[in-house]
Structure formats: C-alpha cells, structure tokens
Design a protein around this ligand. Structure first.
Ligand code: UGA
Length: 445
C-alpha cells in the first residue's frame, strides 16, 4: 500500500477501547506505529488520554504513558477524525451475550462500523477483530461495498487471541496471526500493519472470511472443552476417591494432551469463553449444524455444575445450612491478574451463598469496585485477613498469588473456625492441614 505517513508504516486506528482495543492500541504504538484510539465513552477516552488504563492489566499503564509521551498514541471520540487519520482501522468493540438468548449481541459492531464507513479515505482497510458469529464479515464487506463513498476500501478479518492478565505479551508476541482476506491488496495492507510481529517471526495463516471468524470461536470452544473435560474427571474423582490434580498431572506428561488448560476447579468464566461457546451453538443452529456443536451444551453444563458443587460442599462443611453463618470469600475476579467479573464463578458462588442465608465478606486485590457494583448485597473488606475475620468457613475462589502464598497460621488467628475450601486447587493441602485447618477442594479427597 501507499502509506500516507512518512516511511513504510500505515497509520492505525483502533475502535473500541475495552480490554481488547485499549491493549491493541497501546501495543501497536509500542511497535512503532502512529495510532489513534476511539471510543464513544468520553470518560474512558479522557482517562486513556491522561495515561490511565480504565481496567486492570499488568504492564499496560506503563506502556500507555510511554507511548502517549512519545507522541505515537492519541485517543478521540470522533469518527470523522479516525476516518481522516487512518489507513488501517481495527474494530475491537464488544459482542456480549444477548439478554435472555445464547446469540451474540452485534449492536456495537454494527453501530461502530456504520459510524466509521462514511469517513473512510480511499484505500482504507477495515479490520474486524471482535469475536463474531460466522457470516458477519461477509455481511459487513457487502455493506462496505454498497455504502462506502471512498474508493478501494476493503474489509479483512483478524481474530484476536489475547488473554486478560497477559494481554500485552499476547499482543506483542502472539502464538500466531490469522488474516481473513479476499484480496492480495488486503493481505499486503494487513502485513504492513503487523510487520514488526511478522518479523519475529510469527506463524501466519491466511484464510477466507469464514475460516478466520471460525478460528477464534473454535479456539475458545476447544479451551472450554479442555477445562470441562478435566472438571468432569473431577466429578468422577469425587465419586471414586481419586485426586484430580494428580490425574491432571499424569495426563499432562502425554505431549499429545499437554497440561495447559487442564486445571480442575471452579471452571471457566469471563467475558469470552462462556458467551463464545453459547454464541457458537446459537450460530450453528441457524446454519443447520447444531448437532455438530451439541457437545458444547455439556461443556457449559459441566462448567456450571462446578459452581453448584462448590456451594454444596461449603454448606456441607458448615453443618448443612448457611443460616447465621459467616463466610469469608477470597477472590471475585473470573481469574487472577484481572479485575473482570463478567460471568465470574467466584462472584456467582459468593452471591449464591449469601442468598442461602450466610453473611459473606469478600476481598479481591483488583476487582472490588466491579464486584461491588454487580453485587452490592455482599460485604466488602480491604484485605484477605479482614474478609476472613470471624468466618465459619473461608472459600478460596480466585487464585491470586497473594492468596496462594498466604500463611495459614496468620489466618488461623482471625477466623472463627479453621475450615477452607480451595475452589481453584491452588493451595498446598499439606500446609493448611499442618496448621490445623480442615482443607477441602473440588475433585480431590
Ligand atoms: C480467553 C482465551 O484464553 C483467549 O485466547 C481469548 O483471546 C480470550 O478468551 C478472548 O476470547 O478474548 P480469557 O477470557 O482472558 O482468555 O481467560 P482464560 O485465561 O482463557 O481463562 C478463562 C477461564 O478459564 C478463567 O475463569 C480461568 O480461571 C479458567 N481456567 C483456565 C480453568 O478453570 N482451568 C484452566 O486450566 C484454565
């Protein structure tokens, strides 16, 4: 492509500055591109422009400030400005689960796309990164061809595989890049936009639109299936007296299986895996291939059963009823190193226990504000020790390193009863038992 800036680098814009978009904008600037980020949320844009990341992501605030200062990164709420600035535009807005349905809500993608199109310059490339139902790219490409006033404008699809908590690393050094394109020109423009990453080198798979969209949901479906597989084994371990952590360890030495995403516990949550497998099933139904994905129903069901099992086990340990009990909860985020509480197993369990009559007091190192906004009925404390104060039982629900390293003896002084359930199989049972605690976990004796 003929870049409008000096040198060989296209100017990039990133639309939507959530977990994905903000990280993408900052990391592309870090790779040396001039980047303009956009969001319709003025507050978020003001925060980013002042060097504050509106969510918790290790390493991101430092890179944001560095690149703002270097003048490579700016933020705006103006689609006009974005259209005038950019050669390559990344769509990074969210596709949450629709209320009361399995399908993905495409409102934000469609609105963002339609607001951008009238402002595009000749030769611009629009790149979808959001996780979408198969068929979306084809639909948007047709709309682009029909409605865009500029010449030689194209669409490409480039799914994103970053994990929260490791978002910077995953963006700067991804496992692979996938380019869904329909022309060599689009491929060349995308290659220019990812030149520093491709040079690492990073494996690149060039596909059609359908495959590019499917890679993303297939990857998340596979990861969810792997987690639910080991959690199903945890259920069987509970019935047989086996230990799922040892089972998982033994399986992991088989290089065909591998140990990653084979960690049994409270199961998966977050803004991606749960809603993506549901949207995938919904789309498969529309395409007439629902049978191909019916196993994902089971994956979802196994996952949700872990939460119920956690509640049952905790209730059993306090004598069969939560009435009048104090329950200390460690963790609210859906996983450590994140403040994200979307579909969080930890928060779900805490809320369910409170509904059953317990007084729940909770602490999380990063997700307190988000948890309080979602579940104002729970008690919030400023530290693990305070959350466990006077507790009849302590529940370890998000495996922050702060909790993993906790000294059982320190906690012994503040609780009413030394009982702990490790929902993440991340504490050392021998250490807790040696300190006089009743230690229980999911999937092991
Ligand atoms: C997930 C994928 O891992 C990313 O590749 C993908 O880009 C992202 O979704 C997305 O679609 O945007 P993320 O939601 O950040 O990333 O979280 P994961 O690290 O995948 O963890 C998901 C959940 O699975 C967490 O609740 C975690 O506690 C749980 N988990 C993970 C387990 O219960 N066991 C495991 O062995 C691994």
């Amino acid at each position: 492509m003929e870049p409008t800036t000096s040198g060989a680098r296209p100017r990039l814009t990133v639309l939507g500055t959530g977990y994905l978009g903000a990280t993408h904008a900052v990391c592309m600037a870090e790779l040396g591109f001039d980047v303009l980020g956009l969001d319709v949320d003025e507050h978020k844009i003001a925060l980013l422009q002042s060097g504050e990341v509106p969510f918790y992501e290790p390493g991101l605030p430092e890179l944001l400030r560095k690149n703002l200062e270097a003048g490579r990164l700016r933020f705006t709420t103006s689609f006009e400005e974005v259209g005038a600035f950019g050669d390559v535009h990344f769509l990074c807005v969210g596709t949450p689960q629709k209320q009361g349905e399995f399908a993905a809500d495409m409102t934000y993608v469609d609105a963002c796309f339609r607001a951008l199109v009238p402002h595009l310059r000749d030769g611009a490339l629009v790149v979808g990164k959001s996780t979408v139902p198969a068929g979306t790219a084809e639909r948007l490409a047709a709309e682009l061809a029909r409605t865009c006033p500029a010449a030689d404008v194209e669409l490409a699809w480039n799914p994103e595989f970053l994990r929260e908590g490791f978002a910077v690393e995953d963006t700067l050094t991804p496992d692979r890049l996938v380019f869904g394109v329909t022309s060599e020109a689009a491929e060349a423009k995308l290659s220019a936009a990812f030149a520093p990453v491709l040079e690492l080198p990073t494996p690149l798979v060039v596909t059609d639109f359908a495959t590019a969209q499917l890679v993303k949901v297939a990857a998340n479906a596979f990861l969810a299936t792997k987690i639910s597989f080991i959690n199903a084994m945890a259920e069987v371990c509970e019935a047989t007296g086996g230990d799922v952590t040892l089972l998982s360890k033994a399986l992991s030495y088989d290089s065909r299986i591998g140990g990653r995403f084979l960690h049994a516990g409270l199961g998966f949550g977050g803004g991606c895996l749960p809603k993506d497998i549901r949207a995938f099933m919904a789309r498969a139904g529309e395409l007439g291939v629902d049978q191909a994905l019916s196993f994902l129903r089971e994956v979802d069901a196994i996952n949700l059963r872990r939460r119920a099992r956690m509640v049952d086990l905790a209730r059993e340990l306090v004598g069969g009823s939560f009435g009048g009990m104090r329950v200390g909860v460690l963790g609210a985020a859906f996983k450590p190193n994140s403040d994200d509480i979307r579909d969080s197993p930890a928060l779900d369990v805490a809320a369910a226990i409170q509904r059953q009559g317990a007084a729940v007091t909770l602490y999380d190192p990063a997700a307190m504000d988000n948890a309080r906004a979602r579940c104002p009925e729970l008690g919030y404390r400023e530290s693990a020790l305070e959350a466990a104060g006077g507790a009849d039982i302590v529940l370890h629900l998000t495996e922050w390193s702060e909790f993993r390293q906790m000294d059982p003896a320190t906690l012994s002084d503040v609780v009413a009863s030394r009982r702990i359930v490790d929902g993440r199989n991340a504490l050392d049972p021998a250490r807790w038992r040696a300190a006089g605690w009743t230690y229980r976990a999911l999937g092991r004796p």
